[in-house]
Design a protein around this ligand. Sequence first.
Ligand SMILES: Cc1cc2nc3c(=O)[nH]c(=O)nc-3n(C[C@H](O)[C@H](O)[C@H](O)COP(=O)(O)OP(=O)(O)OC[C@H]3O[C@@H](n4cnc5c(N)ncnc54)[C@H](O)[C@@H]3O)c2cc1C
Length: 269
Amino acid sequence: MSHVDVPVYRPRSLDEAVRLRAEHPEATVFAGGTDLMVYLEAGIVRPVAILDLWGLPELRRLRSVTGGQLYGAGLTCTDVIHAPSTHPLVRDAASTVGAAQIQNRATLGGNICNSSPAGDTLPVWLALRAEFELMSVHGTRRVPAAHFWRGYKQTELRPYELLVRILVPPLAGHMHFRKVGTRMAQSISKVVFAGRYVPGVDAALAFGAVGPVPMRCPAAERALVAGARPAEVAALVESEVTPIDDVRSTAAYRRKVAGNIVRRWLESR
Ligand SMILES: Cc1cc2nc3c(=O)[nH]c(=O)nc-3n(C[C@H](O)[C@H](O)[C@H](O)COP(=O)(O)OP(=O)(O)OC[C@H]3O[C@@H](n4cnc5c(N)ncnc54)[C@H](O)[C@@H]3O)c2cc1C
């Protein structure tokens, strides 16, 4: 960041980070910088100050608590790929983010707050019914992942808040993660999927890159729980997703792929 000639605040503790956030709400929060450096180079983001969270130890912990697992927002993809207790869906998603160089810097919090509809971890948090802990000098509030992304690149995060942790409750079921891009590695998702299914009881079919925000498919989920066949569930998925044509793919392709991912997963169980 040597070429960015603005004040850079580097807190040494989470308390200090939260205090600095309140004192400098105009500052751009910087975690691993893998999204931000691209925006800075392109002139899309012109920061007046930077709050640098990189390396804050309190944000880089994964621990088990009564309500499940708590992932620090500063954990990198590499951290969670190698941590033995990482949830399989989180590991699968982290493993598909860029390549090793990006994974070494890309944080979970950055993926969530960057709020790209194609962010690879986003459907995972939906499928796992995760909650995000948003901290400020006023305290901490928990927001379900399902309510966090409010529109294209819009989140529930207030200017004086930081995302500090992600709570993943202990849910059972069959799990599946699938990313479809132009190549096997180093490509942004055309469609990304995370699924969880407890036969006859509960289902989550969550997608990214098929709408302005990551989304679930409630009609398809209800049909699945009620015992519908894979092809029927897939047809409902295709009718529920809301993709667009863009530089990476067409809406029609994304719709078909979304259905195919679900059908093949259900047929393979
Ligand atoms: C070559 C390349 C390949 C990539 N491939 C993929 C890919 O395959 N899949 C994918 O999903 N992404 C990919 N990305 C995007 C990026 O790597 C990820 O989104 C990454 O997780 C961002 O994390 P970061 O820590 O680098 O975020 P940063 O760039 O530091 O921040 C991103 C945004 O989140 C905000 N932010 C970060 N942390 C917090 C916090 N704790 N509280 C509040 N706000 C916060 C920042 O202010 C900023 O707006 C790629 C990027 C590059 C450059």
